[in-house]
Design a protein around this ligand. Sequence first.
Ligand SMILES: [Zn+2]
Length: 278
Amino acid sequence: MQNLTHLDIDYFDWYKEIIKSKKENEFFIKQDSLDSIENRYKEYMENFDSSNLILIKDSIYSKNHPELTSCYKSKTKKVSELITKIKDAQTTETKSKCQYCGINRPKTMDHYLPISLYPEYAVLAINLLPCCNDCNKKKDNYWKEEGFRGILNFYIDNIPDEQFLVGNIIIQNNLPSFIVNFDFSMIDKDFSNIVTAHYKRLELFERYSQESADEISEISRQLSIYSSDKTVDEISKLLKTDANDLQIKYGKNYWKAILRAALSASIVYLNNYKKYVE
Ligand SMILES: [Zn+2]
């Protein structure tokens, strides 16, 4: 979980370029429509700059404006170009992982303010965040609770360099399962509210548990091949080092790092890892 880099371009110029191909559409040729959308862009940009997206007013375009949604959905060359620019602006690490979950590759774009509720922001670059298909589907039309945002915004939220996830390994029916929880002792209250809602909406604890079965089996396989002569203490240290390396590369709360740290602290696992190779 790391910050993404947002594009610094003239967002409204891009909007105008994108709608050029749609000139025939009655909505777009009206000057008052253009002015009104420009005002909405200004409202977004101001609240984005002050990290106050929650203050953006509801859209008057949410109903009966398919021409706005189609700016994004009918992928013209200009839209594809914009998406490529957003993807290219990211670091090697954030290009390879969806920051919403840290599980999959970010193959889609999330409309942070949902396209169905705010179609005027369909092609606004700072409303588009690289994201995986699973997260995109689970997020759907959601982005806020009463009074606060419910999804982390990796452009504007300062992702703290503190660990707020803790993992535990529980052995049930001779199989290790990975249980994740929050520890917000080092985290600001407002941020922890967003994090809690984000993890809940995207079902991240459940998804980490599910993903962990294959990961634990792979870790156990590696240990059996390369480290079977090592003591429990040495294996624990090895896992801890791996966890630290992953945290440096992908952020303090990267689930695979939390999993390795949890395994390194589980005496039952360390004594029995050979049993968990599938
Ligand atoms: Zn994801």
